[in-house]
Design a protein around this ligand. Structure first.
Ligand SMILES: Nc1ncnc2c1ncn2[C@@H]1O[C@H](COP(=O)(O)OP(=O)(O)OP(=O)(O)O)[C@@H](O)[C@H]1O
Length: 702
């Protein structure tokens, strides 16, 4: 049961003063991504942390205030100058002075009565806001704060600045966060006292209060002790949650999966290529795991195009030879269909019966698949989320493979394994991620890596090109298309909305169509599955030569004879994503080109990212660079996809805390596996606070 001390925080944010349904929707946009999968609760606001501060301690005097600076001034009010009657375009000006000079405090659409009350002529007041120059004179337009000289203490001297979204005012958000802070109960301490002493940390509530009410800009820094304390809390919550999942998964013993090898041999014989040494060694690690009576819990990391699918197929075949069934779950429908079309012809050579199950299989077709899975008539199923559904039952699921791409959480992975009697599990990721991140996102899994690409692949030539060379680029592409090459054109990442994304893709499609006619296809996330398939088929078979696409092609799409990829507004993408996208070409034996089309001026990090892309094609190295440049959020996927990232911890500052937290979590659970001790109970509260409700539920499920 959830500790009752959490009750005041476990209520919808709409129960806070000043938060109606409309504001709630806006606030949910700034609540950290991991939490926003459900409706936000008041407690989530605690972790909406400021990214900077406004320092209002700066009191230079009017004459010394720099343009654009936010300053606080002690001034005397001289006179009011309301706009001429009926002329709303002229502002209301209040003239003030101090020892150093004079200025105007300016208001548009002012409420005159309110101004007369708050800035009475002759009174000494404090105004705080941004300095602007108007007609060569200093002025402050719409000060953020006005206080009488007596009330000056009410001014926040160091004011936190929060991430905002269109329509959400800082004041509204601050007020909501203030209420969440006020609802914090007296927490039991969940950290090890020894650790706290070493780190000289404040307690959890104290740390939050310090960051939300900073006394100094340094308090709002991930390196400050308060922030480190919270980061450690969060990392520990993650590690305990992963350890609980692992304990649950490995509690039931697995079984040895050993077959006679005939079907595996049939598939190997049908492959048009030899497996790489990397693929062979990953397979023998997987084989060894599967042969053991313990359950396999392994992560297969492969760089783009390294050939994970065939490794997955051979592992599944082993499970089937041993008398069980196997499931492969993909993050998108496009990918599920692609895996199916790769796997099906090979599997049928070995006499396996294979099915696909996504949201699209409906009615009688679906019923037939479900029955065949339950009776065991289907050996191998490829699918999407649809495989999680309760109606999906297996006769004997022996191996579950999750093609992860960071879109599934720990608990979803668990959900699929719950469909068998302790099946083995293999998680595949296409973005190589550094060891530290493997630990945080996946816990203690065994890792196999595909570090090598199939023989005969040529390096991809990568160039960056400013947008003003667009015409020249289109000319080159025109030549390439005339030679029969295939081109991906990736549309810019647009944050605002699905509509904006679509508009930009359609616009580019239209522009390229006017040049290349009906040899240009368009694929985007809003299309139906069938339409997407059709567009992909036409591109694969060469009916279209240029494919304009949003990032739906980012993961896994395999058209081996595509040789050029243009990434428009490359400066907006993270490194991991650029690397994934680039991996759509260079999958065959022809040489390929990746064009990073950008709009100058480039920021410093964008410049660095593009140069890493030009210099390296090693996904493992790029992942390390990404971690340095951007932090883990980008690396684990884009914000939109709800990644197993963090809300507070930032690994570029807090990676050193990981190992300690991991050991701490292990020790804790070794001593108190059900979290029943005093510290264990406190840890339960911690898990809930960081949204790990599912992990606590596992305890009850036993
Ligand atoms: N050993 C091999 N030799 C030659 N080609 C191979 C080999 N293994 C796989 N391939 C081919 O390489 C391509 C990429 O394989 P696959 O789609 O499995 O890659 P992946 O690891 O899933 O990469 P991504 O994550 O980028 O999609 C496929 O066309 C596949 O047929």
């Amino acid at each position: 049961m959830r500790p009752s001390l959490l009750d005041p925080l476990f209520v919808p944010i709409t129960s806070l003063d000043g938060v109606g349904p409309k504001i709630a929707t806006m606030i949910e946009k700034v609540v950290p991504a991991d939490l926003s999968a459900r409706n936000a609760r008041a407690g989530d606001l605690l972790f909406v942390l400021p990214h900077s501060v406004i320092d209002r301690r700066n009191r230079p005097g009017i004459a010394l205030a720099a343009e654009g600076a936010i300053v606080t001034l002690d001034v005397r009010v001289d006179r009011h100058q309301p706009p001429p009657r009926g002329n709303r375009s002229v502002p209301y000006r209040v003239f003030v002075h101090d020892d150093t000079g004079e200025m105007a405090v300016t208001f548009f659409h002012a409420n005159a009565a309110w101004l007369e009350r708050s800035l009475p002529v002759g009174r000494q007041v404090v105004v705080s806001g941004r300095m602007e120059w108007f007609n060569g004179r200093p002025s402050m337009v719409h000060p953020d704060h006005i206080a009488s000289a007596e009330d000056v203490d009410s001014l926040p001297l160091v004011e936190p600045v929060y991430p905002l979204t269109a329509g959400l005012h800082a004041k509204v958000l601050r007020r909501a966060i203030g209420q969440a802070l006020a609802r914090m109960p007296q927490w039991p301490e969940w950290q090890d006292p020894e650790f706290l002493r070493r780190q000289t940390c404040p307690d959890f509530a104290g740390a939050l209060r310090r960051i939300h009410n900073p006394a100094d800009p340094i308090d709002v820094s991930p390196e400050a002790v308060a922030w480190r304390r919270l980061a450690y809390d969060e990392i520990l919550a993650g590690q305990v949650s992963l350890a609980l999942v692992r304990a649950k998964v490995s509690k039931r013993a697995g079984r040895p999966l050993i077959g006679d090898g005939t079907r595996i041999a049939a598939i190997r014989a049908a492959l048009p290529y030899r497996l790489t040494a990397s693929q062979e060694s990953a397979l023998s690690e997987i084989d060894a795991d599967m042969a053991k009576p313990d359950r396999m819990l392994r992560l297969l990391q492969g760089d783009v195009g390294s050939g994970k699918t065939v490794v997955a197929l051979l592992a599944m075949t082993r499970a089937i030879e041993a008398g069980g069934q196997a499931a492969l779950m993909a993050p998108t429908e496009i990918l599920a269909r692609q895996h199916f079309s790769t796997i099906e012809p090979l599997a049928s050579k070995a006499g396996l019966s294979v099915a696909i199950l996504t949201g699209r299989e409906k009615g009688r077709e679906r019923t037939a698949i479900l029955q065949a899975l339950e009776s065991g008539a289907i050996d191998l199923v490829v699918g999407t989320h649809a495989l999680f559904q309760e109606s999906v039952q297996f006769r004997d699921l022996a191996l579950a493979i999750v093609d992860e791409q960071h879109r599934f959480g720990v608990h979803q992975r668990l959900a699929i394994t719950a469909k068998g009697e302790a099946p083995d599990m293999l998680v595949m990721t296409a973005t190589p991620i550094p060891r530290t991140l493997v630990l945080t996102a996946f816990g203690d899994m065994d890792v196999s890596k595909l570090t090598e690409k199939p023989a005969g692949r040529r390096p991809i030539r990568t160039v960056s090109l400013p947008f003003d060379r667009y015409e020249e680029l289109v000319g080159r592409i025109s030549d390439a298309v005339a030679e029969g090459q295939k081109v991906y054109w990736i549309c810019p990442l647009v944050e605002e909305s699905e509509e904006a994304k679509l508009a930009s893709a359609e616009e580019r499609h239209a522009a390229l169509q006017s040049r290349f006619g009906d040899r240009v296809g368009l694929v985007h996330g809003r299309m139906s599955g069938r339409d997407k398939d059709e567009v992909m088929r036409a591109f694969k078979e060469g009916e279209t030569r240029v494919l304009v696409a949003t990032t739906v092609v980012e993961v896994g799409v395999d058209v081996p004879d595509a040789t050029i990829i243009v990434i428009e507004h490359a400066e907006r993408f993270g490194l991991a994503q650029l690397h994934q996208l680039r991996g759509r070409v260079g999958r065959g034996s022809k040489s390929s080109t990746c064009v990073l089309l950008y709009k100058p001026p480039l920021s410093e990090t964008a410049t660095a990212r593009l140069s890493v892309m030009r210099e390296s094609q090693d996904g493992f190295r790029i992942a390390e660079e990404d971690l340095k440049l951007r932090g883990e959020g980008e690396l684990l996927g884009t914000k939109q996809s709800g990644t197993p990232g963090f809300q507070v911890a930032r690994l570029e500052f807090h990676a050193d805390l990981l190992e300690t937290a991991r050991q701490d979590a292990r020790l804790l659970l070794a001593r108190d596996p059900e979290l029943k001790s005093e510290r264990g109970q406190a840890i339960r509260a911690l898990l809930y606070l960081f949204g790990k409700d599912e992990a606590v539920r596992l305890l009850r499920a036993g």
